[in-house]
Design a binder for this molecule. Structure first.
Ligand SMILES: [Zn+2]
Length: 486
């Protein structure tokens, strides 16, 4: 068995004014033949799982180019096409292969390509022909399209949000795609449009029970091979936006695909029926300041939801920090503000020095105004990291500043914040703090819950606007709750 695997990933926030540049891909994740690992991170977890199973089965495993970019705005056409063509050229040179595995996101949008993944899978199909199976792993924040489903033999999306099951899904994908290649496993698929869009954290009722049910069905129902609950990605203005249920059954047990369609519709209607319970409640900045002024103790963990780099925020928005400094609230840790130039200024000045900085707010109105302050340099870390799903994720060169009794971590590599060791790795304690502010929407919950006295999430005017009803979609052509459907 010769297995070829490759990866292009990003989650495009089409409302962000900052294009996802070539440099953003180059600094986030890039490997070729598993070598030249820039960052052994979350984006590469499926590749590690593929490699592990290839060793187990003693398959010949050839890994092509793998790239990912921390989310930002629409990808320039040439950037997408160059990466795509580089992989296709390499795959062509490796033919014949027995199966192809693609680790994609599902919500990548480039200029003139609303469906990068559909386009990419179709190009791979053209190259390998109809007899070679193509298995695709997707993030659940995907705009699932007919083209993707038609061109791939099997698509498996993450089941969990926070995404802690990426490697498990990769292993499933490997097993089943291998069965299609070797044992002529024949699949049917059906997709059901849930006609809604929202965030659906899977650790919270009622979505938690729903996911448990999907896992039970996969295990207990002999006809079912795989079920994915596609959540959709709110900040992508494309016609395929929305939550969907994707079911694969075994063809010999479901010859006409009716069973797959029945299960998909049943599950889709079920999750739609509990939609009101999935509404996301976010505090305003004013309500947060009132809360911090009126409470003692902590730490209250506060998510700066709308500037989460994981959904395309630039990570340098200052709305919350301005309000905290203006209200003279102290004993707060801020993790983090992305600002490479301020990091460089701190390194030039040196530890213990107090310098005048103009911090954050550098990517336009959605980032707010820069903070003008005298800041004391308390700690320098040339390679700050954080831990997520047992992976050590880089945050780049970092500095901890003290401003008016608050600690502000400033870093040089854009990333959302997953874990408290971002803060402890800057020699800042956690338990004695009044509040800890993190740039994240949901993923922080997994690791911060155990240290938080309370968790709140705050909406700011960033690119991650959670007022879904008023997001200015231009390409939506069908009814979706809560935008234009009750
Ligand atoms: Zn996701």
């Amino acid at each position: 068995m010769k297995v070829y695997a490759a990866s292009i990933q990003t989650e495009t926030n089409t409302f962000s004014p900052v294009p996802t540049s070539y440099e953003m891909f180059e600094e986030t994740y890039k490997t070729f033949r598993g070598q030249d690992l820039i960052n052994p991170n979350f984006w590469g977890a499926p590749m590690v799982a593929f490699q592990k199973l290839a060793n187990f089965y003693e398959d010949t495993y050839v890994e092509g180019l793998c790239v990912a970019a921390e989310p930002a705005g629409t990808v320039p056409k040439k950037v997408y096409e160059n990466y795509r063509d580089e992989i296709l050229q390499d795959l062509k040179a490796q033919l014949p292969v027995d199966m192809v595995l693609l680790n994609l996101h599902g919500a990548m949008v480039a200029e003139q390509y609303d469906d990068c993944e559909g386009d990419f899978i179709a190009h791979v199909r053209q190259l390998v022909g109809n007899d070679i199976p193509i298995g695709v792993e997707l993030d659940l924040h995907t705009h699932l399209t007919d083209k993707m489903m038609q061109q791939a033999d099997l698509i498996i999306a993450f089941k969990l949000y926070p995404h802690t099951d990426v490697a498990d899904r990769a292993e499933e994908l490997y097993h089943f795609t291998r069965k299609i290649a070797l044992e002529r496993l024949d699949l049917q698929h059906a997709c059901y449009d849930c006609q809604m869009i929202n965030l659906f954290p899977t650790g919270i009722s009622p979505v938690k029970e729903f996911i448990d049910q999907l896992i039970m069905l996969e295990k207990d129902d002999p006809k079912i091979i795989s079920i994915s609950f596609i959540h959709g990605f709110i900040w992508g203005d494309v016609s395929d936006l929305g939550a969907k249920i994707l079911v694969y059954t075994e063809k010999k047990l479901d010859p006409d695909g009716l069973y797959a369609a029945k299960i998909a519709a049943k599950l889709g209607d079920q999750i739609y029926s509990v939609r009101e319970q999935t509404r996301v409640n976010l505090l305003s900045v004013e309500a947060l300041i009132a809360k911090l002024s009126q409470t003692k103790g902590g730490p209250i963990v506060v998510a700066d939801f709308s500037d989460n780099p994981g959904l395309g925020g630039m990570g340098d928005a200052t709305f919350i920090l301005h309000a905290i400094l203006d209200a003279k609230i102290g004993n707060v840790v801020f993790a983090t503000i992305y600002d490479p130039s301020v990091v460089e200024e701190a390194y030039l000045a040196g530890l213990g020095k107090t310098i005048a900085i103009s911090l954050g707010g550098k990517f336009g109105p959605l980032s707010g105004k820069p903070i003008q302050a005298n800041a004391t340099i308390k700690f320098l870390n040339p390679q700050l990291t954080q831990t997520f799903s047992e992976l050590s994720l880089p945050l780049g060169k970092a500095v901890a500043f003290e401003i008016n009794g608050n600690m502000i971590i400033v870093n040089a590599l854009r990333s959302q914040i997953y874990a408290p060791d971002t803060i402890t790795n800057m020699q800042i304690s956690l338990s004695d703090k009044h509040a800890i502010i993190v740039k994240s929407s949901e993923h922080f919950r997994a690791a911060f819950a155990s240290i938080a006295s309370e968790i709140v999430r705050v909406s700011t005017p960033g690119v991650g606007n959670m007022d879904i009803k008023n997001i200015p979609y231009k390409n939506l052509k069908r009814e979706l709750w809560p935008i234009n459907k009750i």
